[in-house]
Design a protein around this ligand. Structure first.
Ligand code: ADP
Ligand code: MG
Length: 532
């Protein structure tokens, strides 16, 4: 663990200290404790840390300390991958600099360029922007970088993913040689390392170690669903979960629109956020969510990147992300500022391999939960139903309905009639079906009762041993090794039995995986009839 220092020991000015105290920061986060002194001494810094570790203040504090408010030129430039992040970083800088008369401006596409030009003319100390729009300003000569003393690349790996690398280099070439350059990135792919080598002078490397990265206060669970009952599964989870605010992630813009519509049709209010919306629409949605006037935000990765909203109690991966890094980014949207949070993922069987990859990246087992049943949903709504009934009883005006009950009372118990009325009022069509039972029928594979037998095209000739196979299945599919059943290894192929409940998971994780250097093919075994 880090020996946590107080902000006081970082030798900050009164003005900055007062501002961060106003913000409720008590002690520096590990990345801040390491990076701030280096930056104050004039070093270039590479910072590796995940979202939610306080990177913004780590660079904003030294920038503000070293800024000269009387000089009206741009002294620091921060590059961010998205407009939302640009706004957020500019806001944080404004808060930290509130006693220093500093002026920070967010510059991003989608907003009127004339307004930005006007503000720039009036004098801005710190510019935070997305690469595209910044280039625009440089070409129009409405932004000058010759008095820059700090250049910051925030979330560099995200900018790389979004194809901004050339723009970044063009922008950096416009800045003076004499300055401090900082690069923050959750991951360090080769391209980022190359960038660092080219533009940073003897950079000092600070990172937050793995155990500090895994975010213990975020509970992580997943539900197995089928593609066709995913939405129903989500609704049930929403019904039984105590959500303050949730961000639901979809893979595509279209997925966002479809889910918002699907939720709406089922009576759940939500707001969609993705890149096809106009900037005004995006701002409106974000404001609504930030102010707590919307409970559910449905978004793509890009749209929600780096967002920091305090009360997000749940991050829901409606579509599990394609790469493990974005899982980390996504779940970093919850459990902010030390609060508890939950990450819920929906996984269809063919995504099990992805899930395992994610588990390896975050270095935790993500717990599988059974989907809530209709009974669970009803139970969780019990109080609501009772409340609404009592309310209705109190308000009266029941005469009309009463005569119907009286007419039926001769043939039925009163309790029965009341229960039927409730069913009418609260039942959603089809909601009784167990929705996680839609299991694939593997047919007769010749396995023991409750098991499925698989065929694999690898055997003794590939030096396959039973213990290796068990270990690989346990490791790749994330199932308990002890549950693997009978194994028969032949020269060139192998049969292995696994419990029915894990069968799809094993199949999707193992087929096309590599064992002893060989790409494996796996399929359900077939039992031959005598005739063929
Ligand atoms: P990152 O850029 O690493 O994802 P942020 O800079 O957005 O993280 O910080 C995440 C949240 O933590 C923000 O709400 C920020 O105000 C808050 N924060 C940052 N540093 C501290 C601190 N030292 N103490 C308390 N909260 C902090
Ligand atoms: Mg950040």
């Amino acid at each position: 663990m880090h020996e946590l220092k107080k902000f006081g020991s970082l030798e900050l000015s009164r003005r900055v200290l007062n501002a961060i105290t106003d913000m409720g920061f008590e002690e520096p986060s590990p990345i801040q404790a390491e990076a701030i002194p280096l930056l104050m001494e004039g070093e270039d810094v590479i910072g590796q840390a995940q979202t939610g570790t306080g990177k913004t203040a780590a660079f904003a504090i030294p920038i503000l300390e070293k800024m000269n408010p009387k000089f009206r030129g741009v002294q620091a430039l921060v590059l961010t991958p998205t407009r939302e992040l640009a706004i957020q970083v500019a806001e944080e800088i404004t808060k930290i600099g509130k006693y220093k008369q500093s002026r920070a401006l967010a510059i991003y596409g989608g907003q009127s360029i004339d307004r930005q030009i006007l503000t720039l003319k009036r004098g801005v100390h710190i510019v935070v922007g997305t690469p595209g729009r910044l280039l625009d300003h440089l070409r129009r000569k409405t932004l000058k970088l010759d008095s820059i003393r700090f250049a910051v690349l925030d979330e560099a790996d995200e900018m790389l993913d979004m194809g901004f690398i050339d723009d970044i280099e063009t922008i950096l070439r416009e800045t003076p040689g004499e300055k401090q350059t900082l690069l923050f990135s959750a991951t360090m792919p080769a391209e980022i390392q190359r960038l660092a080598k080219k533009y940073l002078r003897n950079p000092r490397f600070v990172s937050v170690s793995r155990d500090e990265l895994t975010v213990p206060q975020i509970e992580q669970v997943f539900y197995e669903v089928k593609e066709f009952n995913k939405l129903e599964g989500l609704c049930r989870v929403l019904d039984v979960t105590d959500i303050k605010q949730a961000i639901i992630f979809c893979r595509t813009k279209r997925g966002v629109d479809e889910l918002v519509a699907g939720l709406e049709a089922r009576g759940y209010e939500s707001e969609g956020l993705h890149g096809d919306l106009t900037q005004a629409q995006r701002n409106r949605v974000m404001r609504k969510f930030r102010e707590g006037r919307a409970e559910i935000l449905v978004a793509t990765d890009v749209a929600a990147r780096g967002l920091d909203i305090e009360n997000v109690s749940h991050v829901i991966n409606y579509d599990i992300p394609q790469d493990p890094e974005s899982y980390v980014h996504r779940i970093g949207r919850t459990g902010r500022a030390g609060k508890a949070g939950s990450a819920v993922s929906f996984v269809i069987p063919k995504e099990y391999r992805l899930l395992r990859l994610i588990e390896k990246t975050v270095n935790t087992r993500i717990k599988r939960c059974p989907l809530p049943t209709f009974e669970d949903v009803l139970e969780s709504q019990r109080e609501v139903i009772i409340d609404r009934l009592s309310d209705t009883l109190q308000k009266g005006g029941l005469e009309h309905y009463r005569s119907i009950v009286e007419e039926m009372a001769g043939n039925h118990e009163n309790e029965e009639i009341a229960a039927a009325a409730l069913k009418l009022a609260f039942d959603i069509e089809g909601s009784h079906e167990t929705i996680d039972a839609g299991e694939v029928d593997f047919g007769n594979t010749g396995a023991k009762e409750g098991m499925v037998r698989f065929f694999m095209n690898i055997g003794r000739e590939n030096e396959l041993r039973p213990q290796d196979l068990v270990r690989t299945i346990a490791e790749e599919a994330g199932v308990p090794g002890g549950t693997v059943g009978a194994i028969r290894i032949f020269d060139r192929f192998t049969f292995v039995e696994v419990p029915r409940e894990y069968a799809e998971r094993v199949l999707y994780s193992m087929d096309r995986s590599i064992i002893n250097g060989r790409r494996v093919h796996m399929e359900p075994a077939k039992v031959r009839n005598r005739q063929d």
